[in-house]
Design a binder for this molecule. Sequence first.
Ligand code: PMT
Length: 405
Amino acid sequence: MSLTGRELILGVTGSIAAYKAVYLLRELTALGAAVSVCLTEHAAAFVGPLTFRTLSGRPVLTNLFDPQSPEAVEHVALAERAHAILVAPATANLLAKAAHGIADDFLTTLLLAARSPVLIAPAMDGGMWAHPAVVENVATLRARGVTVLEPEAGPLASGLSGQGRFPEVPTIVAALLGALAPVRDLAGEHVLVTAGPTREPIDPVRYISNRSSGKMGYSLAAAALRRGARVTLVSGPTALTPPAGAVFVPVQTAEEMREAVLHHLASATIVIKAAAVADYRVRHVAPAKIKGKRDLALELTPNPDILAEVAARRTGAFVVGFAAETHDVAVHARAKLESKGIDALVANDVSQQGIGFEAEENEVLLLDRWGGTHALPRMAKTAVADAILGHIVALRAAAGKKTPA
Ligand code: PMT
């Protein structure tokens, strides 16, 4: 594990945990990172700039308007150069400013200019962490792709106990390494992703469908592209723009999706089926718009199970399904994984507010055919997508060494 060659910005804000940022800085530099420390005015009241300057070997950024400081006018270039910006510890005030795009000091201005992953490690009183305003700000930041770590539970500086403690240095470093992950680990792969809903026509103007927005599948396609893969995205109708670089195959119905998926299957090395395929279609689609106000019975017939067919027909591709569940998620997901004969399955509880269909975030369980189950915390779908791909890469690498459970 090394951070050699990495340019980092460490933002420190006015929390008593600011002294722990000194240990964090030492660890980051020991791993080889070049770290520019940015102190807010209140942070400097807890730990002086000299400590950070000595340990980082660089000037400490404090005042956006200091005419003596070349960095002050270069804050945009500095943010662009950084491989990651890490704010640790972050106060409730910093979270609020970052969530609302306020840029009234060096650190918040850097955050607005950021082009690289941003990680925030909050530390505050437990009651503050649970305050609806803070909860909302954290959700806003996560939805934008910022990694906000969970503070740890335990005794707090206030003398009280609760969830608000600065995360341990190894936890922060691990999150940073994850965010910086190299990320050409899918170079040479062909990743076939399905996304969105299908539409099953009733007549020329009406259809049966579901609430899938496509966000989960499109995030997977974008993340696979970033990691170097060739990507084919087969998508039902959504309002999203396909990620640049993906071969985009728009479809309407489950039958069209099946045809497109089978067409691209031969060259795929990884198949991920995030689409919410309609289980049924109307047996007799009306050729003209149905008129009248009388009762109407639609006869439905099951759609083909594309995922099971892919699993049966593949020649070496690693096949990953999704499962939208509303209760006993792990049990139903395990049964689905086994019945479809796939390698791994991503299960989400779509009865929960704020995750699953349409939401910006998701919280998933990853199950694999070797008996493994791995829970991911609630995160932006972009981050969930990256974590899923990382997990697939690790599972495939280990697959040769395992026999199915
Ligand atoms: O699109 P978003 O708004 O971002 O929402 C994301 C999501 C909730 C749609 C996504 O996370 C998700 O759970 N996708 C799968 C939804 C679903 O259809 O689940 P299922 O349990 O009904 O199906 C299981 C698996 O079989 C899925 O991989 C599905 O693509 C596949 N399937 C289902 C039916 C069918 N006829 N053919 C299939 O291939």
